[in-house]
Write a protein of this length. Structure first.
Ligand SMILES: Cc1ncc(COP(=O)(O)O)c(C=O)c1O
Length: 375
C-alpha cells in the first residue's frame, strides 16, 4: 500500500471486540498479572508502555519505513532520550543551525553531564568530514531543512561519511515529514519528530517520536531512558496524534503548495531582502532538496527585511498569520525568531519565520501584502 493509504486508514486496524474503526483510549496506568506472574495482556505499567501507543507507533514506523517507533511526551524529550542513551564522555556532532532548544540543551545540561558536543556548518560536507576526523563522534545529528534558515543537508552523503567514521546517525525530520523525505531510506539509523508539529497538525498536542531502522542495543537503551525517565505521552494525546496523522498527507501537501506560492510571491517584493525557502531555485540547497524531498519542499520559510525594526513591524502587521511560536499546524504562524531565542541566537535579527498553513492562498498573499504596505 502507498504511504497515504497507510496514513488515511491508520494501517486498516479494526478494534477486535466491537469492530470499531477508531481505537479506544486506554487510561489504565497498570495491568493485571496472571496467577503465574506473567502479563497476558503484554503491558505492565503505563510508564513503560500503554496500549494507546501501539497504533500510532505502528503507523509512524510504517510511514518512515522503519522497524520500531517510540512516542515521547515532547519532541525535545524524544531528542534528549537519544543523547541520554549514549555513555558520558561520548562525542556528538550537530549542525550549527538547528532547532535552538536542542542546541541549548547540547551546550548546557548535556555538557555538564559529560557529552562532548560540537557543531558542523550546515550543508558543508567537507567541513563535516573534517569534523568527524577530529571529533570521532559516536553520534551525528542532522536537521534538514534546518531551523530557521532552512539550510539543506545531503542526508545520504552525511550518513555515508558518518558511518565511515563509526558514528550513528539521527535525523530531525520534523519539517520534512514522511510526506516529503524518508531519512531511513537514505541511510539514517533513527528519525526524530517533534510530533507537536505536522504529525499531529492541530496545535493541540505536545508529543515526540523516534523511529529506528532496526532493533539494536542502542534502541533498547533509548526505550529504557523513556521508561526510567518517564517522559511518556498521555493516552489521550497519543489518540489525538493518531487522529492527526490520518490527514498528514492532505495537510502537508496543501501547506507545502501554499508555501511555494507564497515564497515566489514574496521574492517579487522589493520590500523583502531575501526569501529563504528550499523550493526556490536560488536557494543554495535547492538541488539536494530536489533529490531528497519528494512532492514539495515543506511549508516553512523565512524572510529577511534588512533591519530588525522593519522585520518586527511586518510580523506585527500580519492579521491572518498569528504571532505565536511553533509550526506545522493548519493555521499560519509568524515569529521573530531572534527575540524568542535570546542573546545567544545565531538567527539574524531581521529574519521573520513563517509557518504556512492550509488557508486559501489568496488570503495569505493578501495578508502579507497588506502587512508589507503597513510596515
Ligand atoms: C525542528 C524541531 N525539532 C524539535 C522541536 C522540539 O519539539 P517539542 O516542542 O515538541 O519539544 C521543535 C520545536 O519547535 C522543532 O521545531
Amino acid at each position: 500500500m502507498k504511504p497515504r493509504t497507510l496514513a488515511a486508514e491508520a494501517l486498516g486496524w479494526v478494534e477486535p471486540q466491537h469492530r470499531g474503526l477508531i481505537p479506544a483510549i486506554h487510561p489504565a496506568t497498570t495491568f493485571e498479572r496472571a496467577a503465574d506472574g506473567s502479563y497476558p495482556g503484554g503491558k505492565i505499567y503505563s510508564r513503560d508502555n500503554n496500549p494507546t501507543y501501539d497504533q500510532p507507533e505502528a503507523v509512524l514506523a510504517a510511514l518512515e519505513c522503519g522497524k520500531h517507533a517510540l512516542l515521547f511526551s515532547s519532541g525535545l524529550a524524544a531528542a534528549t532520550a537519544v543523547f541520554q542513551a549514549l555513555r558520558p564522555g561520548a562525542a556528538v556532532l550537530a549542525p550549527r543551525m538547528m532547532y535552538w532548544g536542542l542546541c541549548n540543551w547540547l551546550t548546557g545540561p548535556a555538557r555538564e553531564w559529560g557529552l562532548r558536543s560540537s557543531f558542523y556548518p550546515n550543508g558543508d560536507l567537507q567541513a563535516f568530514e573534517d569534523a568527524c576526523r577530529k571529533e570521532r563522534p559516536s553520534l551525528v545529528w542532522i536537521e534538514t531543512p534546518a531551523n530557521p534558515m532552512w539550510d539543506i543537508q545531503d542526508i545520504a552523503a552525511t550518513a555515508e561519511i558518518a558511518h565511515r567514521f563509526g558514528a550513528m546517525v539521527v535525523a530531525d525530520s520534523t519539517v520534512a515529514t514522511p510526506v516529503h523525505t524518508r531519512p531511513l531510506e537514505l541511510g539514517v539509523d533513527i528519525v526524530m519528530h517533534s510530533a507537536t508539529k505536522y504529525l499531529n497538525g492541530h496545535s493541540d498536542v505536545v508529543a515526540g517520536a523516534l523511529v529506528a531502522a532496526q532493533a539494536s542495543e542502542f534502541w533498547d537503551r533509548i526505550r529504557a531512558v523513556r521508561s526510567s525517565g518517564g517522559a511518556v505521552l498521555g493516552p489521550f494525546e497519543a489518540w489525538l496524534l493518531l487522529r492527526g496523522m490520518r490527514t498528514l498527507f492532505l495537510r502537508v501537501e496543501a501547506a507545502s503548495a501554499n508555501a511555494a506560492r507564497l515564497a515566489s510571491h514574496l521574492q517579487a517584493s522589493n520590500r523583502i531582502s531575501s526569501v529563504l525557502y528550499p523550493g526556490l531555485p536560488g536557494h543554495p540547497g535547492h538541488d539536494i532538496a530536489s533529490r531528497q524531498m519528494a512532492g514539495g519542499f515543506g511549508a516553512m520559510l523565512s524572510v529577511r527585511l534588512g533591519g530588525e525594526v522593519s522585520a518586527r513591524a511586518f510580523a506585527g502587521a500580519l492579521r491572518l498569520f498569528k504571532q505565536a511560536t511553533s509550526l506545522g499546524s493548519v493555521e499560519s504562524l509568524v515569529e521573530h525568531r531572534a527575540s524568542v531565542e535570546g542573546p545567544q541566537t545565531l538567527c539574524p535579527s531581521d529574519l521573520i519565520r513563517l509557518s504556512v498553513g492550509i488557508e486559501d492562498i489568496d488570503d495569505l498573499i493578501d495578508d502579507v501584502d497588506q502587512a508589507l504596505a503597513a510596515s
